[in-house]
Ligand binder design. Structure first.
Ligand code: LLP
Length: 420
């Protein structure tokens, strides 16, 4: 449920006309609804109120400082995966004691930075990383809090690029080797074992894979107890899916109902790292039609937003719904079109073979469900400045990230003297 809706055939974000914002901010831009963001966060949080839990929003889904602050104000922690994300998290005002840090390739500098910041725990993905953290913590004269990211070999039945909990994936430590790694961690002088972590994949639309993962982790938990390794946190990662098209993912409440019986007796604080389910349907990309053209094969609608702004369709072939902002100006007849961007790649499309009310130059289109992995995956390819981000709250809108300028594009570049 989100607060993008039509009023007299005109798209509104909460109480504001999208056309009005587009006229003032110019296109393309990302547009987020505060009310939706808050609602989604609270829905997740409330669903698990029966058990001790901490929600660490997965900021890779959307790392804008203002958006992070919304969740932080509600008591959220953050899941980070790089030094850059940790920097943003701290700038947004996150409590370091609510930050968890995953990722298969943490550099020494990043580990040191996180130790200095005093994060809640590292979700460690390999034996060598464990050794590196132990060594660095030793040098700093502190104990590093860790969980092992365990790969439970559960099939999340999602797109292969975003399933992470299978044996063939690069993530985590094989569950059959987890006990050995915990023994190593226990022996290490500078490590403090705090938890077990697992994240099986993303855009998961059933509760089954989560339940299966929890069962496997519960078994590991028992094995650990037998060796006097007591963990305080069970971090189940993120992954709950959203409706892009016709998917029917479970409501967080349903996930809670499916998981709680398995977790109640574990005596742990459960950590969740939801990303997409919180922000996905709370954001849209507004883009304008520049031109239309038809070949013998296709009708193309060429818009000012491209794969550098929203790469999901190009990268995963994923479906993003597209709607006219001014639907009232449109006839009921539809054309089947490819909505494509200005980038010099055939793979630069936002939709393919999509029936849409006829589009003309100047029309505004809303690419729906773009709040997660939209701006955060944007690039400057083709030297296109990154677009603006706008947040609507209580009948007002706020530019929470300015559109980049051409100067921003070359910041940090230098022509060496020999070329002058
Ligand atoms: N925790 C960890 C350790 C993760 O790797 C991820 C996502 C999450 C939490 C959050 O998952 P979510 O709740 O958002 O599903 N770019 C892809 C998605 C990649 C997800 C990577 N990891 C996409 O646009 O679909």
């Amino acid at each position: 449920m989100h607060f993008f809706h039509y009023r007299n055939g005109e798209l509104y974000c909460e109480e504001i006309s999208v056309l009005k914002i587009a006229q003032e901010v110019k296109t393309p831009f990302y547009l987020y609804s505060y009310k939706t963001l808050l609602r989604h966060y609270l829905a997740f949080d409330t669903a698990f109120q029966g058990i001790p839990h901490l929600i660490c929003f997965a900021m890779k889904a959307n790392s804008n400082l203002a958006i992070l602050r919304i969740f932080i104000r509600e008591g959220a922690g953050l899941d980070v995966v790089s030094g850059g994300e940790l920097y943003r998290a701290l700038k947004a005002g996150a409590d370091p004691q609510k930050i968890v840090y995953a990722g298969v390739g943490k550099s020494k500098e990043e580990i040191r930075y996180a130790l200095e910041a005093g994060i809640l725990m590292f979700n460690v993905e390999s034996g060598q990383e464990l050794e590196a953290i132990d060594e660095l913590a030793g040098q700093m004269g502190i104990k590093a809090p860790i969980a092992l990211r365990v790969n439970p070999d559960v099939d999340p039945q999602t797109h292969p690029y975003i399933s992470t909990g299978l044996k063939k994936n690069k993530f985590g430590i094989d569950i059959s080797k987890a006990l050995d790694h915990y023994r190593l961690a226990k022996k290490a002088k500078n490590l403090q074992i705090l938890g077990i972590h697992s994240h099986i994949g993303s855009q998961i639309t059933e509760t089954g894979p989560f339940v299966e993962a929890v069962k496997r982790l519960a078994y590991l938990l028992d094995e650990l107890k037998r060796e006097d390794i007591v963990v305080q946190y069970l971090d189940l990662g993120g992954g709950l899916g959203i409706t892009y098209n016709d998917e029917e993912p479970p409501h967080p409440q349903k996930l809670a109902e499916a998981l709680t019986p398995h977790m109640a007796k574990m005596n742990c604080t459960v950590i969740f790292e939801p990303g997409r389910v919180i922000v996905g349907n709370a954001g849209v990309l507004i883009t304008q039609v520049l031109y239309t053209k038809s070949t013998t094969e296709k009708n193309f609608v060429i818009v000012d937003g491209g794969m550098n702004d929203l790469i999901r369709p190009s990268l995963y072939g994923s479906y993003q719904a597209i709607q006219h902002v001014m639907l009232k100006d449109k006839q009921a007849t539809t054309h089947t079109v490819d909505v494509v961007g200005p980038i010099c790649e055939s793979g630069d499309f936002l939709a393919r073979d999509r029936p849409l009310p006829v589009c003309s130059a100047g029309d505004l289109l809303a690419v729906m469900s773009a709040g997660a992995y939209g701006f955060s995956m944007a690039s400057n390819y083709n030297s296109r400045p990154k677009v603006a981000e706008v947040l609507v709250k209580d009948g007002q809108y706020y530019v929470i990230r300015q559109r980049e300028s051409y100067e921003d594009l070359i910041r940090g570049e230098a022509i060496p003297a020999f070329l002058r």
